[in-house]
Design a protein around this ligand. Structure first.
Ligand code: ASP
Length: 355
């Protein structure tokens, strides 16, 4: 064959390969860790019916619905679990935190997206916010409509989550939660609607930013400790302390509190009324719990505001801790992690002020 022709072909191949490598190298490397949820849910195709089975679609099929995602990042997917997030548990949390820490310690991973059901998404988000030891972006995302529903929100939410994780502006902000064009801090976000697409809010502080034209725009920053400033860790653990939540109401009995104490709870979160206030029988039962070494944290069943210390309840005298503005389910996550370090009441109170 003509040597000129061979040379020409070789140059073309090397040039094309070089261009391809350059394009690949310039895009950030994002790993998607899938856990299930409605974003991977399957129901009747094209249906308006809100019934479906969560956690059915594997990660590859989720990605097929968003081909443009490959234009903004080099994507790898891993299936960590395939459950509705109502079945989320400590084991999946520990596995997720360990895998994220392992991946983010590598130079060739720039960010993580976790796909997750929305029911307990805020808890997993806050757990990771406290236990991931990296300032690279970690974004948790889900959907309110299943993958087969009319106007499914999952594909857009997933695209946005990858865009957030791929953007250097997202680094150092703790774990982020993103759905429906909003970006929230894992610490502040909570689910506020059972079925609507605008299902998340931060009652006290609003979103950190927005997704605008496919890119994140930030307006606020989180000041509480998270990720690399958090001294909480689950390294090498295979279980977490048992902490339970009790819901307050008029005419409350002590039954649930006593039962949790007798079942071995190390901590009880009281979702009190108003400013974390307690029905007298409940207060007595919680005093008995403290006397047995159980840590009691007063949160509130009220959607917004802080649960303040030594207000109508004398926390110092009773040995209780106030949850600041953490809702009961977030207070539970923090207490589970703090109990790995201390059972000292004052130190635990300090954690609630700082995290
Ligand atoms: N039950 C579902 C879950 O949390 C709901 C959802 O994902 O929106 O997995």
């Amino acid at each position: 064959m003509n040597t000129h022709l061979i040379k020409g072909w070789m140059i073309t191949i090397i040039f094309t390969f070089g261009l391809f490598t350059l394009a690949f190298a310039q895009k950030p490397n994002i790993t998607i860790l899938a856990t299930g949820g409605t974003i991977a849910g399957v129901g009747q195709a094209g249906s308006t019916d809100t019934r479906y089975t969560a956690g059915k679609l594997p990660i590859d099929q989720l990605l097929n619905a968003v081909p443009d995602i490959h234009k903004i990042a080099n994507i790898k997917g891993e299936q960590i679990a395939q459950i509705g997030s109502q079945a989320m548990n400590d084991q999946v949390w520990l596995k997720l935190a360990a895998r994220i820490n392992e991946l983010l310690s590598r130079k060739d991973v720039d960010g993580i997206v976790v796909t997750h059901g929305t029911d307990t998404q805020e808890e997993t988000a806050y757990f990771l916010n406290l236990t991931v030891k990296s300032s690279k972006p970690v974004v948790i995302v889900g959907a309110m409509r299943s993958s087969t529903a009319i106007s499914a929100d999952g594909p857009k939410n997933l695209y946005d989550a990858v865009a957030i994780a791929a953007d250097p502006k997202s680094a150092g902000r703790g774990v982020l939660q993103a759905m429906n064009d909003r970006i929230y801090s894992a610490r502040d976000v909570t689910k506020i609607n059972t079925t609507g697409v605008e299902a998340f809010q931060s009652a006290n502080f609003g979103p950190l930013g927005l997704i605008f034209n496919g890119k994140p725009a930030y307006y606020h920053a989180i000041t509480r400790k998270h990720t690399i400033t958090s001294d909480l860790s689950t390294d090498k653990l295979d279980k977490l302390p048992k902490v339970d939540i009790v819901y307050g109401y008029a005419n409350m009995t002590a039954t649930a509190i006593d039962a949790f104490v007798n079942s071995g709870s190390k901590g009880i979160i009281m979702a009190g009324v108003g400013n974390g206030n307690l029905y007298p029988e409940a207060e007595e039962a919680l005093k008995r719990a403290v006397a047995k070494g159980v840590v009691v944290v007063r949160s509130s069943r009220v959607f917004s505001g802080r649960t303040t210390t030594d207000s109508e309840v004398d926390d110092k005298a009773l040995g209780f801790v106030a949850s600041d503005d953490l809702n009961p389910q977030k207070a539970r996550v923090l207490l589970q992690l703090v109990l790995l370090k201390t059972t000292n009441r004052d130190k635990i109170q300090q954690y609630f002020f700082e995290y």
